[in-house]
Design a protein around this ligand. Structure first.
Ligand SMILES: CC(C)(COP(=O)(O)OP(=O)(O)OC[C@H]1O[C@@H](n2cnc3c(N)ncnc32)[C@H](O)[C@@H]1OP(=O)(O)O)[C@@H](O)C(=O)NCCC(=O)NCCS
Length: 296
C-alpha cells in the first residue's frame, strides 16, 4: 500500500513542482526544496488514504486526484529533447497533420461571417426567382460551398508548404546552427509526438519567437504542449531574452487556451494579408509572455 502511495506521490510532486522532463529526467529528485515538499506531501497522502479522507472528502475530488495522477504518469513516459536528424520525417508529419486539422473549423468560421451568408442567400434567392425551380439554387449553393472548402484547403496547404520550404526542410540550418535558436521534440516510445521551435524574433530582438507547436492527436490532453512551452520559456531565460512571443489564428482555439493557460497575454490582433482572409475576417493573434526575471 505504502509503495503504491509512494509512487503516486512521486508523480504528484512531479506535477506540483512543475518540472517537466527536460532530458535530465531525475534532476528534480535531488533538489532540497522538492525533498521537503515530498515529506509534506507524503504525510498528506497518508491522510488521503485514511478512513477519515474517504468519509469527508468529496468523491469527485478523489476521482480528479486519481485522474491527475494518471495524467502525470502518462506524461512521465514522454521525453522532451532537442531535435535529431532522424526525426525529420516525423516532425514534418506531426506539423502538417496538426495544421490540416484547422481546415474544417476555418470553413465554419467563413460560413459564420455575415458577408458569406449574405452572398449565399442572394445567389439562392436570385436563382430561385429566375429559374422557378429549387434544384438549381440548391445545386449552385452546394457548388459554392464545395469551392469555398477547396479554397480554404488551398490556403492551408499553401501555408504548410511555405513552412516546409522556409524552415522545416532545413531545421539544422534554421534552428540548430544559430546560437539562440532551437527545435525540440516530445518523444514517446521512440516516436515523435510533439514539436516546437524557437528563434529570435525579427520584430523585437529582445523576444524569442515560439513556432511550429503541434502535438499528435493521440497524445493530446497529457500536458505535452505545456511541457514544450516551458522548455521554450526556460531556453529564453537561459539565453537572456526578455520574453517569448508567438502568432496564432482566430480558429486555433485550443492553442489560444494553451497559451493563455501558460501566462501569455494577447497583445495584438490583425488581419492576415490575403484578400480572402480580409474578406472573411480571418484574424491573426499575437501573444507575449514576459519572463518572470523581467517582470517588475
Ligand atoms: C494546441 C495543442 C498544441 C495542445 O496540445 P496538448 O498537448 O493537447 O495540450 P496540453 O495537454 O499541454 O494542454 C495544455 C492546456 O491547453 C488548454 N487546452 C489544450 N487543448 C484544449 C482543448 N481541447 N480544450 C480546452 N483547453 C485546451 C488547456 O488549458 C490545457 O491545460 P489543462 O488541461 O491543464 O486545462 C494541440 O491541440 C495541437 O497540436 N493542435 C494543432 C496544432 C496547433 O494548433 N498548434 C498551435 C500553433 S499556434
Amino acid at each position: 500500500m505504502v509503495h503504491a502511495i509512494d509512487e503516486t506521490y512521486d508523480n504528484g510532486i512531479y506535477d506540483a513542482v512543475g518540472t517537466e522532463i527536460n532530458g535530465e529526467q531525475n534532476r528534480w529528485r535531488q533538489c532540497p526544496y522538492v525533498q521537503k515538499l515530498q515529506t509534506a506531501l507524503y504525510r498528506y497522502l497518508v491522510d488521503l488514504s485514511s478512513e477519515h479522507f474517504r468519509k469527508h472528502v468529496n468523491p469527485i475530488y478523489i476521482a480528479s486526484l486519481a485522474a491527475r495522477s494518471h495524467r502525470v504518469k502518462v506524461m512521465a513516459e514522454v521525453q522532451i529533447r532537442r531535435y535529431r536528424k532522424e526525426d525529420h520525417e516525423e516532425v514534418k508529419e506531426v506539423f502538417t497533420i496538426g495544421m490540416s486539422e484547422h481546415i474544417p473549423p476555418s470553413c465554419m468560421h467563413v460560413l459564420k461571417q455575415p458577408l458569406a451568408q449574405m452572398f449565399l442567400g442572394c445567389v439562392f434567392c436570385a436563382l430561385l426567382t429566375s429559374s422557378k425551380s429549387i434544384l438549381l439554387p440548391v445545386l449552385a449553393v452546394t457548388l459554392l460551398l464545395a469551392a469555398g472548402r477547396q479554397s480554404v484547403s488551398y490556403m492551408f496547404n499553401k501555408y504548410i508548404q511555405s513552412c516546409l520550404e522556409q524552415d522545416l526542410n532545413h531545421i539544422q540550418q534554421t534552428y540548430l546552427d544559430p546560437p539562440n535558436a532551437s527545435f525540440f521534440v516530445a518523444e514517446s516510445q521512440g516516436r515523435v509526438v510533439g514539436t516546437v521551435a524557437c528563434l529570435p524574433s525579427e520584430k523585437d530582438p529582445n523576444f524569442l519567437e515560439l513556432k511550429r507547436m503541434s502535438v499528435k492527436k493521440t497524445h493530446r490532453g497529457q500536458g505535452i504542449a505545456k511541457a514544450l512551452c516551458r522548455t521554450v520559456a526556460d531556453f529564453a531565460l537561459q539565453r537572456g531574452f526578455r520574453g517569448v512571443l508567438l502568432h496564432t489564428s482566430v480558429v486555433q482555439t485550443d492553442a489560444q487556451k494553451l497559451y493563455e493557460h501558460m501566462g501569455y497575454m494577447k497583445v495584438s490582433e490583425f488581419s492576415a494579408p490575403e484578400v480572402i482572409a480580409r474578406l472573411t475576417n480571418f484574424t491573426l493573434l499575437e501573444y507575449q509572455l514576459i519572463l518572470k526575471a523581467h517582470r517588475n
